[in-house]
Design a protein around this ligand. Structure first.
Ligand code: ADP
Length: 320
């Protein structure tokens, strides 16, 4: 099946700065695909190349099997795009602007504008120039979703939205996916995309370093665990347990154990339960911690230098 998005060997230089070093991506029809990486990793650059707003220094892009530069309005109509940086005409209200966009699309999307604005609590009568960053983001989201495109390309869609509206956005993305649309969304937070995304690609310093199922990624990120015991324990009891890494005992008290837990929690729980536990704290680790794992790996080719790994295939690479 032709992928909806295919990027091969994308290189992008800004003057003497190389922002992308050969990015490969394959996104299949109906996938909700997360594109994760810290600020400056190259997410927006990749997305602008997909949207033909920038031209690659090297490499190729195909959207629905067509080079975006050759696709013309017929291709654009099938895509809803939320740019990372929004700019709007100053003199229109949000409603006028969205009506204008619907008119450009032959009326498509007019019907859904009101419903989307309501769900995102966007006041359509306000002038665009008077809108806060969050409200501008809502206008950006409405214009991306309103014509029910087959492909949504969303650059940091939750940026500037308060938590309630972030949830509403996740509902919208999930609905679009359930309705058969392909959704490609970027973020710098794993937490933000894990509820909706199936697969994610991780980009770091212009390279895709991993592609995996989001659940596998979450399991791999693991949890930072802190245990406090009523009396002294020995580190040796915990350090070698399956799933336990970086175990350390606080030397100042001898009763506080910290470790990284990946996978099955039972061996650690069983060992801990041999003592009286007075405190248990487990926190999901974030994307940044996964990056640290990548940095901790010995030097060598990254997974991006090899054929795209299947789900879970890169696991050993990342945790080694
Ligand atoms: P992200 O979206 O992941 O935050 P970007 O794609 O915006 O990352 O940026 C990738 C790299 O390219 C960064 O080092 C950034 O400073 C650089 N960059 C982005 N846009 C430009 C530009 N117009 N001119 C020069 N450098 C740029």
């Amino acid at each position: 099946m032709t992928p909806v998005i295919r990027a091969q060997g994308l290189v992008k230089d800004y003057g003497s700065t190389r922002a992308l070093h050969g990015v490969d991506l394959d996104v299949q029809a109906g996938e909700v695909f997360g594109f994760l990486g810290p600020n400056g990793a190259g997410k927006s650059t990749t997305i602008r190349l997909l949207m033909d707003l920038l031209r690659p220094t090297a490499g190729t892009v195909e959207i629905f099997g067509t080079a975006p530069a050759a696709g013309g309005p017929g291709l654009r109509e099938r895509i809803g795009y939320l740019p990372g940086e929004l700019s709007f005409p100053a003199r229109m209200s949000a409603g006028e602007y969205l009506a204008y966009l619907a008119a450009l699309r032959g009326g498509r999307g007019r019907r859904r504008t009101g419903e989307l604005a309501e769900r995102l609590s966007l006041d359509l009568s306000r002038p665009l120039r008077a809108l806060s960053k969050g409200n501008k983001q809502k206008v950006g989201l409405v214009q991306a979703f309103m014509h029910e495109p087959e492909l949504l390309v969303l650059d940091e869609p939750t940026s500037g939205l308060d938590p309630l509206l972030q949830r509403e956005f996740l509902h919208l993305a999930r609905e679009a996916g359930a309705g058969g649309a392909t959704v490609f969304l970027s973020s710098h937070m794993l937490q933000e995309v894990e509820e909706v995304a199936g697969r994610v690609a991780i980009i770091r310093e212009g390279r895709v370093v991993d592609v995996d199922d989001v659940r596998a990624l979450r399991a791999r990120a693991g949890q930072q665990v802190l245990l406090r015991f009523a009396g002294p324990v020995s580190l040796a009891e915990f350090a070698e347990l399956p799933g336990v890494e970086d175990a350390a005992l606080d030397p100042s008290d001898g009763v506080t154990l910290s470790c990284l837990l990946r996978g099955d929690p039972m061996p650690l729980l069983t060992a801990a339960a041999r003592h009286r536990v007075v405190r248990w704290q487990a926190e999901d680790r974030e994307l940044e911690d996964l990056f640290l794992d990548f940095y901790r790996r010995p030097a060598g080719p990254t997974t991006a230098d090899r054929p795209a790994p299947g789900p879970g295939a890169a696991h050993q690479e990342a945790v080694r």
